[in-house]
Design a protein around this ligand. Structure first.
Ligand code: TRP
Length: 383
Protein backbone atom coordinates (compact mmCIF):
# COMPACT_ATOMS: atom_id res chain seq x y z
CA UNK A 1 0.00 0.00 0.00
CA UNK A 2 1.44 3.36 -0.87
CA UNK A 3 0.99 6.30 1.35
CA UNK A 4 1.36 9.93 0.47
CA UNK A 5 2.81 11.75 3.40
CA UNK A 6 3.41 15.27 2.26
CA UNK A 7 0.62 17.80 2.03
CA UNK A 8 1.82 18.73 -1.45
CA UNK A 9 1.57 15.17 -2.61
CA UNK A 10 -1.95 14.79 -1.26
CA UNK A 11 -3.21 17.60 -3.37
CA UNK A 12 -2.53 16.52 -6.87
CA UNK A 13 -6.21 16.44 -7.79
CA UNK A 14 -8.01 19.34 -9.37
CA UNK A 15 -9.81 20.43 -6.22
CA UNK A 16 -6.70 21.98 -4.69
CA UNK A 17 -4.06 22.67 -7.29
CA UNK A 18 -1.91 24.82 -5.01
CA UNK A 19 -1.89 23.50 -1.52
CA UNK A 20 0.59 25.43 0.59
CA UNK A 21 3.76 23.85 1.85
CA UNK A 22 4.52 24.12 5.54
CA UNK A 23 6.54 27.18 6.46
CA UNK A 24 9.19 26.66 9.10
CA UNK A 25 8.01 26.87 12.63
CA UNK A 26 9.93 27.45 15.85
CA UNK A 27 10.15 24.38 18.05
CA UNK A 28 8.60 25.97 21.12
CA UNK A 29 5.30 24.46 22.11
CA UNK A 30 3.76 26.45 24.91
CA UNK A 31 3.29 30.06 24.03
CA UNK A 32 2.09 32.92 26.09
CA UNK A 33 -0.03 35.59 24.46
CA UNK A 34 3.06 37.81 24.34
CA UNK A 35 5.02 35.15 22.49
CA UNK A 36 2.10 34.62 20.12
CA UNK A 37 2.02 38.35 19.40
CA UNK A 38 5.74 38.36 18.69
CA UNK A 39 5.34 35.40 16.39
CA UNK A 40 2.43 37.18 14.71
CA UNK A 41 4.68 40.10 13.81
CA UNK A 42 7.19 37.75 12.18
CA UNK A 43 4.43 35.92 10.33
CA UNK A 44 2.90 39.15 9.05
CA UNK A 45 6.06 40.02 7.16
CA UNK A 46 6.37 36.47 5.79
CA UNK A 47 2.75 36.50 4.65
CA UNK A 48 3.24 39.66 2.64
CA UNK A 49 6.30 38.13 0.97
CA UNK A 50 4.80 34.73 0.17
CA UNK A 51 1.03 34.54 0.73
CA UNK A 52 0.86 31.32 -1.29
CA UNK A 53 2.59 29.41 1.52
CA UNK A 54 -0.30 29.91 3.87
CA UNK A 55 -3.72 28.48 4.26
CA UNK A 56 -6.03 30.11 6.79
CA UNK A 57 -8.72 28.17 8.59
CA UNK A 58 -11.00 29.97 10.98
CA UNK A 59 -14.69 30.41 11.59
CA UNK A 60 -17.62 31.21 13.81
CA UNK A 61 -20.43 29.57 15.68
CA UNK A 62 -23.72 30.44 14.01
CA UNK A 63 -25.44 31.77 17.13
CA UNK A 64 -26.63 34.99 15.49
CA UNK A 65 -25.78 37.69 12.99
CA UNK A 66 -22.21 38.94 13.36
CA UNK A 67 -21.45 42.06 15.37
CA UNK A 68 -18.78 44.70 15.68
CA UNK A 69 -16.69 42.43 17.91
CA UNK A 70 -16.50 39.82 15.15
CA UNK A 71 -15.57 42.40 12.55
CA UNK A 72 -12.76 44.05 14.51
CA UNK A 73 -11.62 40.84 16.20
CA UNK A 74 -11.26 38.65 13.16
CA UNK A 75 -13.50 39.18 10.12
CA UNK A 76 -11.66 42.28 8.88
CA UNK A 77 -8.39 40.41 9.34
CA UNK A 78 -9.66 37.47 7.26
CA UNK A 79 -10.66 39.79 4.44
CA UNK A 80 -7.25 41.45 4.57
CA UNK A 81 -5.50 38.07 4.38
CA UNK A 82 -7.70 36.97 1.50
CA UNK A 83 -6.89 40.17 -0.36
CA UNK A 84 -3.18 39.61 0.24
CA UNK A 85 -3.54 36.34 -1.65
CA UNK A 86 -3.75 33.88 1.25
CA UNK A 87 -6.15 31.00 0.73
CA UNK A 88 -8.94 31.32 3.31
CA UNK A 89 -11.26 28.60 4.64
CA UNK A 90 -14.19 29.70 6.79
CA UNK A 91 -16.01 27.16 8.88
CA UNK A 92 -19.53 27.86 10.03
CA UNK A 93 -19.26 25.72 13.13
CA UNK A 94 -22.86 24.61 13.52
CA UNK A 95 -22.00 21.61 15.71
CA UNK A 96 -20.33 23.99 18.15
CA UNK A 97 -23.62 25.77 18.79
CA UNK A 98 -24.86 22.77 20.78
CA UNK A 99 -21.78 22.58 22.99
CA UNK A 100 -23.49 24.68 25.66
CA UNK A 101 -27.20 24.84 24.81
CA UNK A 102 -30.10 22.54 23.99
CA UNK A 103 -31.79 24.84 21.54
CA UNK A 104 -29.70 25.87 18.56
CA UNK A 105 -32.43 28.24 17.38
CA UNK A 106 -33.34 28.60 13.72
CA UNK A 107 -30.02 27.42 12.27
CA UNK A 108 -30.85 27.88 8.58
CA UNK A 109 -31.86 31.49 9.24
CA UNK A 110 -28.79 32.16 11.37
CA UNK A 111 -26.40 30.58 8.86
CA UNK A 112 -28.04 32.75 6.19
CA UNK A 113 -27.32 35.88 8.25
CA UNK A 114 -23.71 34.87 8.92
CA UNK A 115 -23.14 34.24 5.20
CA UNK A 116 -24.58 37.66 4.41
CA UNK A 117 -22.18 39.20 6.92
CA UNK A 118 -19.17 37.36 5.49
CA UNK A 119 -19.88 38.35 1.91
CA UNK A 120 -20.86 41.91 2.80
CA UNK A 121 -17.61 42.28 4.78
CA UNK A 122 -15.64 41.33 1.68
CA UNK A 123 -15.18 37.57 1.76
CA UNK A 124 -15.04 36.59 -1.90
CA UNK A 125 -16.46 33.11 -2.55
CA UNK A 126 -14.41 32.88 -5.75
CA UNK A 127 -11.24 32.95 -3.67
CA UNK A 128 -12.32 31.75 -0.24
CA UNK A 129 -14.08 28.57 0.84
CA UNK A 130 -17.08 28.87 3.16
CA UNK A 131 -18.53 25.65 4.51
CA UNK A 132 -20.62 24.25 7.34
CA UNK A 133 -19.22 21.81 9.86
CA UNK A 134 -22.10 19.35 9.70
CA UNK A 135 -21.84 19.01 5.90
CA UNK A 136 -18.34 17.49 6.00
CA UNK A 137 -18.54 14.00 7.54
CA UNK A 138 -14.91 13.03 6.83
CA UNK A 139 -13.75 16.04 8.80
CA UNK A 140 -15.60 14.76 11.84
CA UNK A 141 -14.23 11.29 11.39
CA UNK A 142 -10.78 12.66 12.13
CA UNK A 143 -12.04 13.34 15.60
CA UNK A 144 -11.65 9.72 16.75
CA UNK A 145 -7.91 9.31 16.15
CA UNK A 146 -7.36 12.87 17.37
CA UNK A 147 -9.15 12.13 20.65
CA UNK A 148 -6.73 9.28 21.24
CA UNK A 149 -3.83 11.72 21.10
CA UNK A 150 -4.82 13.88 24.09
CA UNK A 151 -5.42 13.05 27.73
CA UNK A 152 -8.46 13.96 29.77
CA UNK A 153 -6.14 15.94 32.07
CA UNK A 154 -4.98 18.03 29.13
CA UNK A 155 -8.56 18.76 28.15
CA UNK A 156 -9.46 19.61 31.75
CA UNK A 157 -6.68 22.18 31.93
CA UNK A 158 -8.03 24.22 29.02
CA UNK A 159 -8.86 27.65 30.52
CA UNK A 160 -11.24 28.68 27.73
CA UNK A 161 -13.33 25.53 28.10
CA UNK A 162 -13.35 26.09 31.88
CA UNK A 163 -14.62 29.64 31.43
CA UNK A 164 -17.30 28.53 28.97
CA UNK A 165 -18.37 25.71 31.28
CA UNK A 166 -18.70 28.17 34.18
CA UNK A 167 -20.75 30.53 32.03
CA UNK A 168 -23.04 27.68 30.96
CA UNK A 169 -23.46 26.66 34.57
CA UNK A 170 -24.38 30.21 35.63
CA UNK A 171 -26.62 30.89 32.68
CA UNK A 172 -28.51 27.67 32.40
CA UNK A 173 -27.50 25.64 35.45
CA UNK A 174 -26.13 22.87 33.32
CA UNK A 175 -22.99 20.77 33.55
CA UNK A 176 -20.27 20.40 30.93
CA UNK A 177 -21.45 18.37 27.97
CA UNK A 178 -19.07 15.85 26.43
CA UNK A 179 -19.16 17.98 23.31
CA UNK A 180 -18.09 21.12 25.17
CA UNK A 181 -15.30 19.21 26.85
CA UNK A 182 -13.93 17.88 23.57
CA UNK A 183 -14.58 20.76 21.21
CA UNK A 184 -10.94 21.91 21.13
CA UNK A 185 -10.23 18.53 19.54
CA UNK A 186 -12.96 19.14 16.95
CA UNK A 187 -11.27 22.42 16.21
CA UNK A 188 -8.03 20.57 15.65
CA UNK A 189 -9.87 18.53 13.01
CA UNK A 190 -11.38 21.72 11.54
CA UNK A 191 -7.93 23.15 11.09
CA UNK A 192 -5.92 20.07 10.16
CA UNK A 193 -8.31 18.44 7.68
CA UNK A 194 -7.36 21.11 5.15
CA UNK A 195 -3.75 21.42 6.34
CA UNK A 196 -4.48 24.90 7.61
CA UNK A 197 -1.28 26.46 8.91
CA UNK A 198 -2.49 29.90 9.95
CA UNK A 199 -5.35 30.57 12.37
CA UNK A 200 -6.37 34.18 12.97
CA UNK A 201 -7.85 34.18 16.46
CA UNK A 202 -8.26 36.22 19.59
CA UNK A 203 -6.07 35.37 22.58
CA UNK A 204 -8.93 33.42 24.19
CA UNK A 205 -8.53 30.79 21.48
CA UNK A 206 -4.80 30.26 22.07
CA UNK A 207 -5.24 27.25 24.39
CA UNK A 208 -7.24 25.56 21.62
CA UNK A 209 -4.56 26.21 19.08
CA UNK A 210 -2.04 24.71 21.47
CA UNK A 211 -4.11 21.51 21.54
CA UNK A 212 -4.19 21.49 17.73
CA UNK A 213 -0.42 21.82 17.62
CA UNK A 214 -0.04 19.02 20.16
CA UNK A 215 -2.32 16.74 18.17
CA UNK A 216 -0.51 17.47 14.90
CA UNK A 217 2.85 16.80 16.52
CA UNK A 218 1.77 13.58 18.20
CA UNK A 219 0.06 12.31 15.08
CA UNK A 220 3.22 12.95 13.09
CA UNK A 221 5.41 11.27 15.71
CA UNK A 222 3.21 8.24 15.98
CA UNK A 223 2.10 7.65 12.41
CA UNK A 224 4.24 9.68 10.09
CA UNK A 225 7.65 9.98 11.64
CA UNK A 226 9.67 10.03 8.43
CA UNK A 227 7.88 13.04 7.05
CA UNK A 228 5.41 15.12 9.06
CA UNK A 229 1.93 14.81 7.60
CA UNK A 230 0.18 17.63 9.44
CA UNK A 231 1.51 21.17 9.86
CA UNK A 232 1.68 22.71 13.34
CA UNK A 233 -0.47 25.75 12.69
CA UNK A 234 0.36 29.22 13.94
CA UNK A 235 -1.98 31.65 15.61
CA UNK A 236 -2.26 35.05 14.05
CA UNK A 237 -3.33 37.33 16.86
CA UNK A 238 -5.84 40.08 16.07
CA UNK A 239 -4.33 43.56 16.21
CA UNK A 240 -6.92 44.99 18.62
CA UNK A 241 -7.94 43.77 22.05
CA UNK A 242 -11.43 42.35 22.57
CA UNK A 243 -14.20 44.78 21.68
CA UNK A 244 -16.42 45.75 24.61
CA UNK A 245 -20.17 46.16 24.40
CA UNK A 246 -22.21 49.20 25.44
CA UNK A 247 -22.26 47.92 29.04
CA UNK A 248 -18.46 47.77 29.29
CA UNK A 249 -18.28 43.97 29.22
CA UNK A 250 -16.89 41.95 26.33
CA UNK A 251 -19.17 42.28 23.31
CA UNK A 252 -21.16 39.11 22.78
CA UNK A 253 -24.52 38.12 21.41
CA UNK A 254 -25.44 36.20 24.56
CA UNK A 255 -24.83 39.26 26.77
CA UNK A 256 -27.20 41.32 24.65
CA UNK A 257 -24.64 44.15 24.47
CA UNK A 258 -23.60 43.84 20.82
CA UNK A 259 -23.94 46.16 17.85
CA UNK A 260 -24.82 43.93 14.92
CA UNK A 261 -23.25 44.75 11.59
CA UNK A 262 -26.70 44.66 10.01
CA UNK A 263 -28.11 47.27 12.44
CA UNK A 264 -29.56 50.47 10.97
CA UNK A 265 -27.90 53.87 11.27
CA UNK A 266 -30.45 54.93 13.88
CA UNK A 267 -29.75 51.82 15.91
CA UNK A 268 -26.03 52.57 15.64
CA UNK A 269 -26.50 56.11 16.92
CA UNK A 270 -28.67 54.88 19.81
CA UNK A 271 -26.16 52.16 20.60
CA UNK A 272 -23.24 54.53 21.10
CA UNK A 273 -25.41 56.99 22.98
CA UNK A 274 -25.82 54.43 25.73
CA UNK A 275 -22.20 53.23 25.66
CA UNK A 276 -20.44 53.51 29.02
CA UNK A 277 -17.69 56.05 29.53
CA UNK A 278 -16.06 57.48 32.65
CA UNK A 279 -15.97 60.77 34.58
CA UNK A 280 -12.62 62.10 33.26
CA UNK A 281 -13.27 64.89 30.80
CA UNK A 282 -9.83 64.66 29.15
CA UNK A 283 -9.81 61.83 26.58
CA UNK A 284 -6.70 59.65 26.75
CA UNK A 285 -5.90 56.19 25.42
CA UNK A 286 -5.18 54.05 28.50
CA UNK A 287 -6.59 50.56 27.91
CA UNK A 288 -5.82 49.28 31.42
CA UNK A 289 -7.02 52.28 33.41
CA UNK A 290 -9.88 53.42 31.14
CA UNK A 291 -11.17 50.36 29.27
CA UNK A 292 -14.48 51.90 28.11
CA UNK A 293 -12.83 55.00 26.65
CA UNK A 294 -10.05 52.91 25.11
CA UNK A 295 -12.68 50.67 23.54
CA UNK A 296 -14.48 53.60 21.90
CA UNK A 297 -11.15 54.97 20.69
CA UNK A 298 -10.23 51.61 19.22
CA UNK A 299 -13.53 51.25 17.40
CA UNK A 300 -13.39 54.81 16.08
CA UNK A 301 -9.76 54.45 15.03
CA UNK A 302 -10.50 51.24 13.13
CA UNK A 303 -13.07 52.93 10.93
CA UNK A 304 -11.34 56.29 10.67
CA UNK A 305 -8.12 54.59 9.60
CA UNK A 306 -6.11 56.16 12.39
CA UNK A 307 -4.65 55.05 15.73
CA UNK A 308 -6.49 55.17 19.07
CA UNK A 309 -3.77 57.50 20.39
CA UNK A 310 -4.21 59.94 17.53
CA UNK A 311 -7.98 59.90 17.94
CA UNK A 312 -7.58 60.58 21.69
CA UNK A 313 -5.40 63.60 20.90
CA UNK A 314 -7.94 64.82 18.40
CA UNK A 315 -10.82 64.76 20.91
CA UNK A 316 -8.68 65.79 23.89
CA UNK A 317 -10.53 68.02 26.33
CA UNK A 318 -13.79 67.98 24.34
CA UNK A 319 -14.90 65.06 26.49
CA UNK A 320 -16.75 61.79 26.20
CA UNK A 321 -19.78 63.30 24.48
CA UNK A 322 -17.63 64.54 21.62
CA UNK A 323 -15.79 61.20 21.53
CA UNK A 324 -19.09 59.41 21.08
CA UNK A 325 -20.09 61.76 18.27
CA UNK A 326 -16.80 61.16 16.45
CA UNK A 327 -16.95 57.39 16.94
CA UNK A 328 -20.59 57.13 15.89
CA UNK A 329 -19.86 59.05 12.71
CA UNK A 330 -16.82 56.89 11.91
CA UNK A 331 -18.80 53.68 12.43
CA UNK A 332 -21.83 54.83 10.43
CA UNK A 333 -19.61 55.97 7.56
CA UNK A 334 -17.28 52.97 7.82
CA UNK A 335 -20.10 50.44 7.77
CA UNK A 336 -22.09 52.15 5.03
CA UNK A 337 -20.61 50.15 2.11
CA UNK A 338 -20.85 46.87 4.04
CA UNK A 339 -24.48 47.55 4.92
CA UNK A 340 -25.33 48.52 1.34
CA UNK A 341 -23.76 45.30 0.00
CA UNK A 342 -25.59 43.34 2.66
CA UNK A 343 -28.96 44.80 1.70
CA UNK A 344 -28.23 44.10 -1.95
CA UNK A 345 -27.30 40.47 -1.27
CA UNK A 346 -30.30 39.98 1.00
CA UNK A 347 -32.74 41.35 -1.54
CA UNK A 348 -31.27 39.17 -4.30
CA UNK A 349 -32.81 36.17 -2.49
CA UNK A 350 -31.34 33.02 -0.94
CA UNK A 351 -30.28 31.27 -4.18
CA UNK A 352 -26.86 32.87 -4.47
CA UNK A 353 -25.97 32.17 -0.84
CA UNK A 354 -27.11 28.56 -1.15
CA UNK A 355 -24.85 28.17 -4.17
CA UNK A 356 -21.87 29.71 -2.37
CA UNK A 357 -22.33 27.28 0.49
CA UNK A 358 -22.88 24.27 -1.78
CA UNK A 359 -19.64 25.03 -3.61
CA UNK A 360 -17.75 25.56 -0.35
CA UNK A 361 -19.11 22.33 1.11
CA UNK A 362 -18.17 20.36 -2.02
CA UNK A 363 -14.64 21.68 -1.92
CA UNK A 364 -14.26 21.05 1.83
CA UNK A 365 -15.59 17.51 1.33
CA UNK A 366 -13.14 16.75 -1.46
CA UNK A 367 -10.23 17.84 0.72
CA UNK A 368 -11.53 16.13 3.86
CA UNK A 369 -12.07 12.85 1.99
CA UNK A 370 -8.51 12.89 0.77
CA UNK A 371 -7.08 13.73 4.18
CA UNK A 372 -9.11 11.00 5.86
CA UNK A 373 -7.92 8.54 3.24
CA UNK A 374 -4.29 9.50 3.94
CA UNK A 375 -4.86 9.28 7.68
CA UNK A 376 -6.38 5.81 7.43
CA UNK A 377 -3.45 4.71 5.30
CA UNK A 378 -0.92 6.13 7.74
CA UNK A 379 -2.75 4.44 10.62
CA UNK A 380 -2.75 1.15 8.78
CA UNK A 381 -6.53 1.12 8.50
CA UNK A 382 -6.97 0.97 4.76
CA UNK A 383 -8.14 -2.56 3.94
N1 TRP B 1 -14.68 28.35 18.34
C1 TRP B 1 -14.72 29.39 17.37
C2 TRP B 1 -15.66 30.47 17.89
O1 TRP B 1 -16.44 30.22 18.76
C3 TRP B 1 -15.21 28.94 16.00
C4 TRP B 1 -14.33 27.87 15.38
C5 TRP B 1 -14.71 26.60 15.07
C6 TRP B 1 -12.96 27.98 15.01
N2 TRP B 1 -13.67 25.91 14.53
C7 TRP B 1 -12.60 26.71 14.48
C8 TRP B 1 -12.02 29.01 15.08
C9 TRP B 1 -11.29 26.48 14.05
C10 TRP B 1 -10.74 28.76 14.64
C11 TRP B 1 -10.36 27.50 14.13
O2 TRP B 1 -15.62 31.57 17.41
Amino acid sequence: MSVTTTPEATTSTSATPHEPSIPSNPASTTRSAAAARERTAVLESQIVRSPGEYRVLTGDRPTGALHLGHLLGTVANRVRLQNLGVEVFLIVADYQVITDRDDAGDLPATVHEVLLDYLAAGIDPERSTVFTHSAVPALNQLLLPFLSLVTVAELERNPTVKAEAEAALLRQKRGISGLLFTYPVHQAADILFCHGNLVPVGVDQLPHLEITRTIARRFNQRYSAAQPYFPEPDALIAPSTAVLGADGRRMSKSRGNALELRASEDETVAYFRRARTDADRMITYEPDRRPEIANLLQIGAHFAGTSPEALADEVGSAGAGQLKTVVTEAVVEGLRPLRARRRELASAGPRHLAEVLARGNARANAIADRTLDDVRALMNMRY
